[in-house]
Design a binder for this molecule. Structure first.
Ligand code: HEC
Length: 129
């Protein structure tokens, strides 16, 4: 009995510890992200210039111009970076993107992600809403 109680108490301590860690993450992650974007964020202007490479399919406004290309305006920056890196490395494959991304440097990818993610979009209507 004694050791069972001790065991339970141990679990509680671990749980409390986890909860504190999660809270700390919630509190400090945004600060960390801000700090990260402050120092290494892509350059919007450079991104806009580089986006000319993308406009035939995604539009300079980030809204798809061809049926098989997705809208990327206002997409989250980390997601755009991750997808461009995935196409570049070959982890994600697509006829168009697998050709477009290999020449892009990490800086190009950051600039493009900064530009497309900064395009402000608004939801005007939700079907059935
Ligand atoms: C010739 C057309 C074409 C060009 C040019 C092009 N793309 Fe794409 N892009 C596509 C298509 C098609 C997809 C969808 C890929 C798939 O189905 O997996 C895509 C997917 C993407 C995605 C993933 C979106 C998601 O929701 O997962 C991103 C990000 C992206 N493109 C960014 C760019 C950027 C930045 C450029 C310019 C450097 C660019 N693309 C140039 C056609 C194009």
């Amino acid at each position: 009995m004694h050791s069972a109680t001790q065991h339970l108490q141990g679990k509680t301590v671990i749980l409390t510890g986890l909860r504190t860690a999660r809270l700390a993450l919630c509190l400090f992650a945004p600060v960390y992200l801000l700090a990260a974007s402050g120092s290494e964020a892509g350059d919007l202007k450079a991104g806009r210039a580089k986006a000319l490479m993308c406009q035939a399919c995604h539009g300079l406004d980030g809204l798809s111009k061809v049926p098989d290309a997705p809208n990327i305006a206002g997409q989250t920056e980390p997601y755009i970076v991750a997808q461009l890196q995935a196409f570049k490395s070959g982890a994600r494959k697509n006829e168009a993107m697998s050709v477009v991304t290999p020449p892009l440097s990490d800086k190009d990818i950051e600039d493009l992600a900064a530009y497309f993610s900064a395009i402000e979009i608004a939801v005007v209507k939700i079907p059935g809403g």
